[in-house]
Design a protein around this ligand. Structure first.
Ligand SMILES: CC(C)(COP(=O)(O)OP(=O)(O)OC[C@H]1O[C@@H](n2cnc3c(N)ncnc32)[C@H](O)[C@@H]1OP(=O)(O)O)[C@@H](O)C(=O)NCCC(=O)NCCS
Length: 162
């Protein structure tokens, strides 16, 4: 295994992060946008998130000193203030990825735990994410539980008749 470190991403990582995002999303689905256009668009999106605190995004990367080998993103989103003892942020975990050649050596778990302990330090309430089928056992091992309490509606889903 290569020696790697996990660190918080900076604006200097945007190009590599955008390229890795393309790699991640096209691993299982065919792209509908040319790679160069996507990388430009995604890089610009990321730069804005790094440079403005208002979106509350944070990203951690796996770095071997030469290149990035994985990433995970977290966005804190606000709850309405409440007068009881309850945290006022939730955290959304997304774009969790390790390059295929380094998978199943514990790197993904290390990366996710780093993000989760930051969430804990921020005093977040729920941490939520949408899991791919293969990653469920990892999430369970990291202390996340599948919840029966979440309702979800996708854009085009027909409304049930009442
Ligand atoms: C999910 C992922 C980041 C885990 O990284 P990793 O370094 O392999 O993780 P670890 O070595 O710490 O843990 C291995 C676990 O990863 C998961 N995993 C392994 N290969 C996977 C794959 N191709 N897709 C999704 N999850 C996978 C499994 O839960 C595995 O645990 P198991 O051995 O109990 O089945 C990595 O597999 C990946 O990038 N997968 C493709 C992208 C993806 O599915 N991301 C999750 C989005 S919700």
């Amino acid at each position: 295994m290569r020696r790697v470190r996990i660190r918080v991403a900076t604006p200097a990582d945007c190009q590599a992060l955008a390229e890795m995002r393309y790699r991640f999303r096209t691993e299982l689905e065919s792209p509908t946008e040319p790679q160069s256009r996507f990388v430009r668009r995604c890089r610009s999106w990321m730069r804005k998130r790094f440079c403005s605190g208002s979106h509350r995004w944070r990203c951690w990367v796996v770095d071997d000193g030469k290149e990035l080998l994985g990433h995970v993103w977290v966005q804190l989103f606000e709850k309405i203030p409440n007068p009881v003892n309850e945290p006022e942020f939730h955290a959304y975990v997304t774009s969790f990825y390790i390059v295929p050649e380094l998978r199943n050596h514990g790197l993904g778990s290390r990366l996710l735990k780093k993000a989760l302990s930051w969430c804990r330090r921020q005093g977040t309430d729920a941490v939520i994410l949408w899991a791919t089928p293969g990653s469920r056992s990892l999430y369970r091992r990291c202390g996340l539980l599948e919840s029966a309490g979440i309702f979800e509606r996708r854009g085009d889903a027909p409304r049930p008749r009442s």
